[in-house]
Design a protein around this ligand. Structure first.
Ligand SMILES: Nc1ncnc2c1ncn2[C@@H]1O[C@H](COP(=O)(O)OP(=O)(O)O)[C@@H](O)[C@H]1O
Ligand SMILES: CC(=O)OP(=O)(O)O
Ligand SMILES: [Mg+2]
Length: 398
């Protein structure tokens, strides 16, 4: 019997999963439950040779997990007979404590629960999945892999906020950074494709999904990243504002009577592309822009301007970048965003070739001209595979 790993990647409104054999030769099952908690939830399960894609009524993450379990049963796929060696879980915030993957016990589970206020859209659903999976599969080690872990190499100059030093230390207020599992996977892939030793590669990785962030990677290590204490800082996202003058918050509190809960809700769930254009999905924003909707047009300009701002900053942080790498839902698919966000940077060695950029493929590819100083490329992320690798390494070492 081959050894397998089940991976659960719990996002704010989705759960992605993969069942992978530990030798990474076969993907036995993969799927996604998305738009959880919205009226129009969707599921897609590919289990063995069966594909099941449909609308579903998923009120919360527990209902989504239930749908996944039922799909496995319907396909006759029994995890207990699959030589499951680990269940890998994506946990977004690991705080100061978790800088490596860890086998979950009750104490770890409690620590993850205590970190929930720092990632309110992510740690609670991640914890729900972790608890239910531990109950359903009590005899298998469950490994938590943290988004923050890859960024523990941030130098103090990049991770320190200019706040009262003692207050910040007491409340562990600093830049943690997120999407680290994705950035780690994508950077290694990019270095391999560029035929560079990962220890020598300087990269700017743009992870543009529902959440979006940019990371400067020097020699395989994160040296700066746009998300901060929470996954709210930096780029414009689906429903999150990204960078904003903190004065806006005190102003809205005083002048418009916003409470802390109102501000939390505004910045996390009602801002970003949703707040600007009325749609958080970039495909819908483009559709509205094409139909002449000026708010959608401005929203995508704001989105690209913020990316350009960070790319310029990280070129300066790194001194020189071998490549700029686009990944995740928007980064992998959106030719418009890729070309607009890097427009006008030729003098900085950054250029997008429009024919290469519009070449539709789900594989990694270069989209800059051969002679460009900085290679621009698309590398599809695979957080689930990276989590499986890290979980397998941990249980096999133990
Ligand atoms: N073909 C596409 N063109 C433009 N944007 C896309 C496309 N496909 C997906 N997206 C964007 O990607 C987002 C989802 O990205 P993903 O990386 O799966 O996010 P997450 O893991 O945060 O849920 C969608 O909300 C949508 O904005
Ligand atoms: C940390 C984060 O923002 O994750 P996601 O992009 O999955 O929402
Ligand atoms: Mg994601």
């Amino acid at each position: 019997m081959t050894a397998t790993v089940l991976v659960l990647n719990c996002g704010s409104s989705s759960i992605k999963y993969q069942l992978i054999d530990a030798g990474e030769t076969t993907l036995l099952a993969k799927g996604i439950a998305e738009r959880i908690g919205e009226p129009s939830s969707r599921v897609k399960h590919e289990i063995g040779d069966q594909v099941d894609e449909r609308d579903a009524d998923l009120a919360d993450h527990a209902a989504a997990l239930d749908d996944i379990v039922t799909a496995f049963q319907a396909a006759g796929e029994r995890l207990t007979e699959r030589g499951l060696v680990a269940v890998g879980h994506r946990i977004v915030h690991g705080g100061d404590r978790f800088t490596e993957p860890v086998t979950v016990d009750d104490d770890v589970e409690r620590a993850i629960a205590e970190l929930a206020p720092l990632a309110p859209l992510h740690n609670p659903p991640g914890l729900t999945a972790l608890r239910l999976a531990r109950q359903a599969l009590p005899d298998v080690p469950h490994v938590a892999v943290f988004d923050t872990a890859f960024h523990h190499t941030l130098p103090p100059a990049a991770s320190t906020y200019a706040l009262d030093r003692e207050l910040a230390a007491r409340y562990h207020v600093r830049r943690y950074g997120f999407h680290g599992t994705s950035v780690s996977y994508v950077s290694r892939e990019a270095a391999r494709l560029l035929e560079l030793d990962p220890e020598d590669a300087n990269l700017i990785v743009l992870h543009l999904g529902n959440g979006a962030s940019v990371t400067a990677v020097r020699g395989g290590r994160s040296v700066d990243t746009s998300m901060g204490l929470t996954p709210l800082e930096g780029l414009v996202m689906g429903t999150r504002a990204g960078d904003i003058d903190p004065g806006v918050l005190t102003y809205l509190h005083r002048e418009a009577g916003f409470s802390v809960a109102d501000l939390d809700e505004l910045l996390n769930r009602r801002s970003g592309m949703l707040g600007l254009a009325g749609a958080n999905d970039m495909r819908e924003v483009h559709r509205r822009a094409r139909e002449g909707d000026e708010t959608a047009r401005l929203a995508r300009e704001v989105y690209c301007h913020r990316i350009r701002h960070y790319v310029g900053a990280y070129l300066a942080v790194l001194g020189h970048a071998h490549a700029i790498v686009f990944t995740a839902g928007v980064g992998e698919n959106d030719t418009w965003v890729r070309s607009h966000s890097l427009a006008g940077m030729r003098r900085l060695g950054v250029e997008v070739d429009h024919v290469r950029n519009s070449f539709a493929t789900s594989r990694s590819h270069v989209i800059s001209p051969d002679e460009a100083d900085v290679t621009v490329m698309v590398v599809p992320t695979n957080e689930e595979l990276e989590i499986a690798r890290q979980a397998t390494a941990l249980v096999c070492a133990g």
